[in-house]
Ligand binder design. Structure first.
Ligand code: SAH
Ligand code: SF4
Length: 391
């Protein structure tokens, strides 16, 4: 396999466009205060106004300034002139037989990303994206084959959560008793993109999702998955404090170099060193080691034993992911027996070793398949059109 570039330049859209209204979504409280002041809100009032607007947007899910009845009519009109409350637009939605939902959403510039909701007993997990495509080129991941890359803004990241709450009809009604069971109770940053290559936007978006006066998800219910951007791991602990998952996938540098090319920059040893410090600094319980099961590549008993040795001393759980195949993929999935044998060795060593159940298979919502599904769907629509003599 040819060596692929490890990083490329990523275009980041500026948050405040010089022209036109400013989107209030995705701004930190401080940033919101600054833009309110810059647009004429008296400095003395700004903090209170932020508190009020914040609550409307993130607690009640309001998108229309006119509904913000604790603000004067004149002030609401001013806000409406200068600001918008904008989240990504839903292009399509699919619901799987097992209840998994997948949305395709459109962001500025006409790019599209996918968002997946996985309902479970008494809870539900939203899988969100941090970039369009990914600059990294993990050889088993379809997202990594996509050329076009752009960082999502904080608004587009937290906007995925707000969009899902809209669709799940989960914004509370003012005055109604608080419902403690949440349909959307967990977030995983496991969609498209490498979240630690878009650190500030991911951080600001997750801070908003955790804010006590808004969406209020505990940092224990947010899991950020990284391929191993070592220098950003300590920062993740300090500045976000969420749970961490690591795309480990191999037990020797030789194999990991091929599967997760960022390993050539920060190898297994460097990665493990950063991970050892993580739980202490972030106060998180365990690190999730994600391990994709590739037939004949990384799935021997010896690999399982080496894995246990490597992670010795790190509070960990190991999440085995049966490889999700995509057209042209250079790998196949390990057999069920192989996966079970591998899981057994890990379990015997005292680690939880759940095998990730593919969800939403009928709608191509599984890990590493995102976007490919959409591209395929487009192609087939185009083909249909061509066959019908319309294309
Ligand atoms: N970029 C981040 C997060 C997104 S990928 C990361 O790499 O961690 C989420 C998880 O799905 C990662 O563990 C990734 O390695 C895994 N994955 C990617 N493609 C896959 C595939 N085809 N089958 C199974 N898992 C896959
Ligand atoms: Fe990017 Fe993660 Fe896919 Fe690797 S596995 S190419 S880091 S999205």
């Amino acid at each position: 396999m040819a060596d692929a570039p490890i990083t490329q330049d990523v275009l980041t859209i500026p948050r405040k466009l010089p022209e036109g209204p400013v989107n209030l979504v995705g701004l930190t409280r401080d940033a919101m205060r600054d833009v309110l002041i810059a647009n004429g809100t008296p400095e003395k009032q700004a903090k209170m106004r932020v508190g009020q607007i914040w609550q409307w947007i993130y607690q009640w899910g309001v998108r229309d300034f006119d509904v913000m009845t604790n603000l004067s009519k004149a002030y609401r009109a001013e806000l409406a002139e200068r600001f918008v409350i904008e989240i990504p637009e839903v292009v399509s939605k699919q619901v799987s037989e097992d209840g998994t939902r997948k949305w395709l959403v459109r962001i500025a510039g006409g790019h599209e990303v996918e968002v997946v909701y996985i309902p479970e007993e008494g809870r539900g997990t939203l899988c969100i994206s941090s970039q369009v495509g990914c600059t990294l080129t993990c050889s088993f991941c379809h997202t990594g084959t996509q050329k076009l890359v752009r960082n999502l803004t904080a608004a587009e990241i937290v906007g995925q959560v707000m969009m899902a709450r809209d669709d799940l009809e989960e914004w509370p009604t003012p005055g109604a008793p608080k419902d403690e069971t949440r349909l959307l109770s967990n977030i995983v940053l496991m969609g498209m993109g490498e979240p630690l290559y878009n650190f500030e936007n991911v951080r600001d978006a997750m801070k908003i999702a955790m804010d006590a006066e808004g969406i209020q998800l505990s940092r224990r219910r947010i899991t950020l998955s990284t391929s191993g951007v070592v220098p950003e791991i300590a920062r993740t602990a300090e500045e976000i404090g969420c749970q961490l998952a690591v795309s480990f996938h191999a037990t020797t540098d030789e194999v990991r170099d091929k599967l997760v090319p960022i390993n050539k920059r920060w190898n297994i040893e460097a990665l493990l060193e950063a991970l050892r410090a993580y739980p202490k600094v972030s106060n998180s319980e365990r690190i999730t080691f994600e391990y994709v099961m590739l037939n004949g590549v990384n799935d021997t008993d010896e690999d399982a034993r080496r894995l246990i040795k490597l992670i010795d001393g790190i509070p960990a759980k190991i999440n085995l992911i049966p490889f999700n195949e995509w057209p042209g993929a250079p790998y196949t999935r390990s057999s069920n027996n192989r996966i079970r044998a591998f899981a057994d060795i890990i379990y015997q060593a005292g680690y939880a070793s759940p095998i990730r159940k593919p969800r939403g298979e009928d709608i191509m919502a599984a890990c590493g398949q995102l976007k490919s599904a959409t591209e395929r769907a487009r192609k087939s629509r185009a083909q249909i059109a061509a066959e019908a003599g319309l294309g």
